[in-house]
Design a protein around this ligand. Structure first.
Ligand code: ADP
Ligand code: MG
Length: 223
């Protein structure tokens, strides 16, 4: 059996909007195993980012638990969340969110653990991602696809268990969007991570292992 790296148990979240309570997530359960890439799809405003932020322990659920590597994050002190986030979770955003004044290689080292060398061979990863030649360049000197690939490398730099990507293809054309998801997939399989991509980009859904559909607070796995 492949190890379960991530599990959401009965997650609920409501937001108050103009004095009115709105249930964004209603008893959401899902799990991701090592080497697996899943997608969460659903209309705009359905709560995909909210769900991803709860998974990445950036946002607290009202009810339910987040388990990373079998450990219940909801029980941990908030103070510990920052450290767990840094060590266990790699984020990839819609906009690469690279720092404009750092070269590609420095984007990685500034996020990396300082004392310990990353367990992942980052030279090899940059080769795999086709950005080995971009190391000395600043974000403004990279194409959109290259920037997103640097952001992928950065997400892996601390050898996390889980990779979370929120609309990673939204600012790319179809070819580059597919390329980015293919690369995320490849690295997740190679390094035995668990990955979640939030997307409304139907053009990349054939690249994931399983798809969950989120609408009206309900999250269902597609058969
Ligand atoms: P998606 O990523 O699927 O587009 P979001 O998770 O960003 O959806 O948002 C889901 C809904 O929750 C939206 O209606 C949004 O306006 C609302 N929402 C998100 N964050 C907050 C917040 N901090 N306070 C109030 N409402 C929020
Ligand atoms: Mg969103």
């Amino acid at each position: 059996m492949r190890q379960q790296l991530l599990a959401l148990h009965h997650i609920s979240k409501t937001f108050v909007d103009g004095g009115e309570k709105r249930t964004i997530l209603d008893d959401v359960c899902l799990e991701v195993h090592e080497g697996e890439l899943i997608a969460i799809v659903g209309p705009s405003g359905s709560g995909k980012s909210t769900l991803l932020n709860i998974t990445g322990i950036m946002l607290e659920p009202e009810q339910g638990q987040v388990f990373l590597n079998g450990k219940n994050m909801t029980e941990k002190k908030k103070k510990e969340w920052t450290k767990i986030r840094k060590n266990e979770i790699g984020f990839i955003f819609q906009h690469h969110q690279l720092l404009p004044y750092l070269t590609a290689e420095d984007q990685l080292s500034v996020f990396g653990k300082r004392a310990k060398k990353s367990a992942i061979d980052m030279e090899q990863m940059m080769e795999d991602l086709g950005i080995a030649g971009c190391k000395k360049r600043y974000p403004a000197q990279l194409s959109g696809g290259e920037r997103q690939r640097v952001a992928i490398a950065r997400a892996f730099v601390n050898d996390p268990s889980i990779i979370l990507a929120d609309e990673p293809t939204a600012s790319l054309d179809e070819t580059r969007g597919r390329q980015v998801v293919e690369m995320i997939r490849e690295q997740i399989k190679k390094h035995k991570k668990a990955g979640i991509i939030v997307t409304h980009d139907k053009r990349v859904l054939d690249l994931v292992d399983r798809i969950y559909y989120l609408e009206n607070g309900v999250c269902k796995e597609q058969a």
